[in-house]
Design a protein around this ligand. Sequence first.
Ligand SMILES: [Zn+2]
Length: 235
Amino acid sequence: MDLLFRDDPYLETCEASVISADETGIRLDRTVFYPMGGGQPGDVGVLRTDDGTEVRIVDARKGESHEDVVHIPEDGAPSLAPGTKVTAEIDWERRHRLMRMHTCLHLLCAVVPGEVTGGQISDGKGRLDFNLPELTLTKEEITDGLNRLVEADHAVGPRWITDEELAASPDLVRTMSVKPPMGSGRVRLLDIPGVDLQPCGGTHVARTGEIGKVAVRKIESKGRQNRRINIVFAD
Ligand SMILES: [Zn+2]
């Protein structure tokens, strides 16, 4: 399966052929749908055939491998035969908000020191958990730090390294709970030069300015060591 969002996260649609459709969902030969992973929700959208049939997609999940995307149709959707040509279209407005928030969480890694133990992105908000017994930064200081990096409009882009290069640089891995997929020979890094560099397979905006103004909504203590920082869009 050709995962088009990896090289171009701004693609809203693509032409594709149905490979299979069963009780687990629909597989295509290529797709713009990002499957849930790395704290980022799966895309929703629609598959359209030339004869006007529409199949609403309510989620996208990883299948048996990292290259396998399963498109989950809504209940009662018409079935699609293998070989059917479709136009796959994601809900772009939602995806773009997810891309902005996802990229913002990379900035949060740059503003807050400490190991990341988990994270979650949802529509309009996001959060990271840090292993930090003492957090000396206030809500306002983190908000200011994030917005400075947004305003600086840093470039954001993927970069690939080999499994061996990653194994030799364990400091690249900020997230203990989400191990980068190794074994395929190469690992995708998300690079915001001079700001953040870490393995990430998600979708991101091209420049930090596109994130827009953000704010720390609250900082929660989840256990003795764990600080959960919650981010929202401020405009
Ligand atoms: Zn990322």
